[in-house]
Ligand binder design. Structure first.
Ligand code: HEC
Ligand code: HEC
Ligand code: HEC
Ligand code: HEC
Ligand code: HEC
Ligand code: HEC
Ligand code: HEC
Ligand code: HEC
Length: 519
């Protein structure tokens, strides 16, 4: 996800060229290339511009996605602790407009206090402390997989060896081996993560990215570093003080995930496809015997019986990040390792706000892209979208491999099904109306209006009807007339419909009112 998320589309094109030519890759490392996962950086001092670079970059997300992602929460239960300025934790009810927006009437005209480009007023970020992402309930519950792809979750029951460690057991830092005889790199230290993962400047994406060492990237999350968190240093260190033991690292970097991290290399023999052991060295963990040696020191390892080769799938982009409820929409997922060999194929899993999963089967799938239909029946809301890769043949070792997560918003369409009018009061039925705040004079984003005539020939204006009641499916409003048409403006869009005169209420007087227009 990093390349699309952090850099512009132009950089992404440079990246594609760089991969094709292989000239910009960091081979040999360190630092390693920055193709997979979140960049190996330190982000605990994020600015609004950083938030928007990932969350509103036009190449990934429509700018509208940020308001939509918030507005889809209206009517759902507040999750405590909450970023909302007007939340009611610890006894929460549902999100409403005024949970987040504050009404300011101090000038005599009531408006919402503005917070455009001000994420941090709500999502508090203390410089040097855990970032917003790592203070979430998910992170504090050690559900790192909720966002990160190329790891295992601490409590998912994955295999961690218990046999005695040997010389080929990887070290957390630098190993004690000599240089790689097959691919001499001029540096030593095989047998540990730092042989490849260390600080430096990455140029693989075509931009210069500062890469930090492993202590900095992990400590930079702020996890366990301040009081009030449920996680402690013990999440990554043996006795919580910083004692290093690879078997503790294996809580997240288990054999299963480590043996399945690989990017396609520009090896012409198998370009466009990842083949275990047949790639150029240093594009991952299992592409080449030199990669095995980077961790294990010893070159005579065999892959027999190991869960090697599934390769954890990675999502880098979606063709759209929001779809309409009630409409079948086919979206394209761009990524890598979506399939591999004939043994593994992927489904798409959407997880809703309550943690309920919906599994969708793609209509087409290749290693780098898949198409999937988001069915009309999917309810509105924000979904975590992941690719889950499963063994589909009988000759592979068990296992499913889950990608990073990206957000897909299912947005209601604003639809008026009827606008019954009687004595100037209209009852509008439909869907997607969300909520409305009484008493906001400007910029509330939600209103009932009708076209009116202004002074002078052919000049039109918009008249606002007084809202009496407003729910997601029904609005009553006093328009003062039953002539013409009415428009509902909701946070999700607007729809217009002609008035239908209801019952026997269509007396002449209304018509008269109508021709006068209201106000
Ligand atoms: C490096 C890219 C990146 C940056 C920078 C970034 N985000 Fe995120 N953010 C993500 C990803 C990836 C996710 C997980 C997928 C998703 O929910 O979109 C996420 C998720 C979130 C979530 C949802 C958390 C949950 O409980 O699921 C919030 C809230 C959030 N980000 C706020 C912010 C704010 C505020 C900032 C700026 C201080 C920011 N982000 C900066 C990439 C980023
Ligand atoms: C969970 C918090 C939250 C809730 C609940 C919420 N909003 Fe918002 N609203 C936001 C955020 C965040 C933005 C966008 C700020 C930005 O673009 O930087 C926004 C933007 C807006 C805008 C500006 C127009 C736009 O699209 O950028 C309007 C108008 C608005 N909201 C009205 C409402 C109304 C009406 C409700 C109730 C139906 C509501 N909001 C509920 C958080 C919320
Ligand atoms: C007015 C307060 C407010 C502002 C400003 C605000 N947010 Fe939020 N945001 C919230 C609340 C409240 C939630 C719901 C979670 C919670 O209660 O903490 C939320 C949720 C989110 C989510 C997760 C939504 C989901 O459930 O998938 C993301 C992502 C996010 N915010 C990003 C941003 C970014 C980026 C900005 C700046 C452009 C921003 N927010 C500005 C209050 C705000
Ligand atoms: C809500 C989504 C989310 C969750 C949950 C989450 N992270 Fe992150 N993580 C991010 C995002 C986004 C970044 C980059 C921006 C930042 O650091 O806030 C990041 C950055 C990191 C980095 C530095 C980048 C790198 O590649 O080295 C590490 C290490 C990390 N997270 C570890 C963890 C661990 C450990 C957990 C579980 C205890 C966890 N994260 C849970 C979203 C998340
Ligand atoms: C998310 C995982 C994670 C957490 C939480 C964490 N560390 Fe670390 N720590 C690491 C990694 C990774 C290294 C680098 C190991 C290496 O290179 O050999 C490291 C290295 C260290 C070192 C060795 C010296 C150095 O900086 O390289 C010390 C001491 C240390 N950590 C102490 C702590 C303490 C104290 C805490 C709690 C405040 C903590 N760590 C929390 C992952 C973590
Ligand atoms: C032989 C070199 C080498 C060694 C040794 C090595 N890695 Fe990697 N690792 C790579 C390469 C190359 C990538 C792909 C980087 C990219 O393109 O993003 C990678 C990717 C990763 C990723 C994926 C996400 C990310 O943030 O880059 C994780 C997690 C990871 N390695 C963990 C480890 C751990 C833990 C160790 C030590 C047990 C280790 N690696 C040792 C070369 C190595
Ligand atoms: C609680 C989970 C967790 C533990 C324990 C953990 N890590 Fe990580 N590690 C992560 C996450 C999450 C990432 C970032 C993956 C991504 O890019 O999305 C990461 C990334 C890495 C990477 C790839 C480079 C980078 O910084 O992104 C290396 C190397 C690494 N970890 C080494 C270690 C070592 C050594 C230890 C033990 C001292 C350790 N980790 C313990 C979660 C963990
Ligand atoms: C990123 C580091 C890394 C790379 C690269 C790597 N491994 Fe491993 N491997 C590990 C770790 C960690 C273990 C568990 C060691 C322990 O805890 O004693 C392991 C365990 C093993 C074992 C013991 C199996 C078991 O079930 O415990 C074998 C065999 C093995 N690896 C073979 C390979 C081969 C072959 C390659 C290259 C295709 C390779 N490894 C690449 C990290 C790596």
């Amino acid at each position: 996800m990093k390349k699309k998320v952090l850099y512009t589309a132009i950089l992404a094109i440079i990246f594609a060229l760089a991969l094709a030519m292989g000239s910009l890759a960091n081979v040999p490392p360190p630092p390693v290339n920055q193709f997979i996962g979140i960049p190996d950086g330190v982000f605990n001092n994020l600015t609004v511009a950083d938030c928007e670079a990932c969350h509103t970059n036009p190449s990934i997300v429509k700018p509208g996605t940020i308001p939509d992602r918030h507005h889809l929460l209206v009517g759902t239960p507040v999750k405590c602790p909450s970023a909302a300025p007007n939340d009611i934790c610890p006894t929460p009810s549902n999100y409403e407009c005024l949970t987040c927006h504050t009404l300011d009437c101090s000038t005599g005209t009531c408006v919402f206090l503005q917070f455009k480009h001000a994420c941090l007023t709500c999502h508090t970020q203390v410089a040097g402390e855990a970032s917003v992402h790592h203070l979430t309930t998910k992170a504090q519950n050690e559900d790192c997989k909720a966002c990160h792809g190329p790891i295992d979750n601490p409590d998912d029951g994955h295999y961690i060896p218990t046999y005695s460690k040997t010389m080929i057991t990887p070290k957390t830092g630098i190993g004690n081996g000599g240089d790689d005889s097959a691919n001499p790199t001029g540096h030593t230290g095989q047998g540990g993560c730092v042989f490849c993962h260390n600080a430096g400047t990455d140029t693989s994406t075509g931009a210069n990215i500062q890469v930090y060492n492993n202590a900095d990237t992990h400590h930079g999350t702020g996890l366990g570093a301040t009081a009030g968190q449920t996680v402690t240093c013990g999440l990554c260190h043996e006795d919580g003080t910083g004692v290093l033991d690879i078997r503790i690292c294996e809580k997240c970097h288990g054999v299963k995930s480590l043996h399945n991290i690989q990017k396609d290399s520009p090896n012409p023999a198998n370009a466009g496809s990842i083949v275990v052991g047949q790639e150029n060295a240093y594009y991952g963990h299992i592409g080449n015997n030199s990669d095995c040696n980077g961790c294990h020191l010893n070159s005579s390892l065999s892959t027999g019986g190991l869960e090697i080769g599934a390769v954890i799938p990675e999502i880098s982009d979606l063709s759209t990040y929001s779809v309409y409820k009630g409409v079948n929409t086919t979206i394209t997922i761009i990524g890598s390792a979506l399939t591999s060999t004939s043994q593994f194929s992927s489904d798409v899993v959407l997880t809703d706000n309550d943690g309920f999963d919906i599994t969708l089967t793609p209509s087409t799938i290749t290693e780098s892209s898949m198409e999937v239909n988001i069915p009309a029946y999917i309810a509105e809301g924000n979904y975590d979208l992941r690719v889950v890769k499963n063994c589909i043949s009988t000759d592979c070792v068990n296992g499913s491999y889950t990608s990073n997560s990206v957000n897909l918003s299912v947005i209601p369409q604003v639809v008026i099904t009827s606008a019954q009018c009687s004595n100037g009061v209209v009852t509008i039925t439909g869907s997607g109306f969300s909520q409305h705040v009484d008493g906001v004079d400007v910029d509330s984003g939600t209103s009932v209006t009708m076209p009116g005539k202004a002074k002078g020939k052919n000049k039109t204006t918009t008249n606002t009807c007084a809202v009496n009641t407003w729910s997601d499916t029904q609005i009553t409003a006093d328009c003062g007339t039953c002539n013409g048409s009415v428009t509902v403006n909701s946070v999700f869009g607007s729809d217009e419909a002609n008035f239908v005169h209801s019952g026997n209420g269509s007396k002449g007087s209304k018509g008269t009112k109508g021709t006068k227009g209201n106000k």
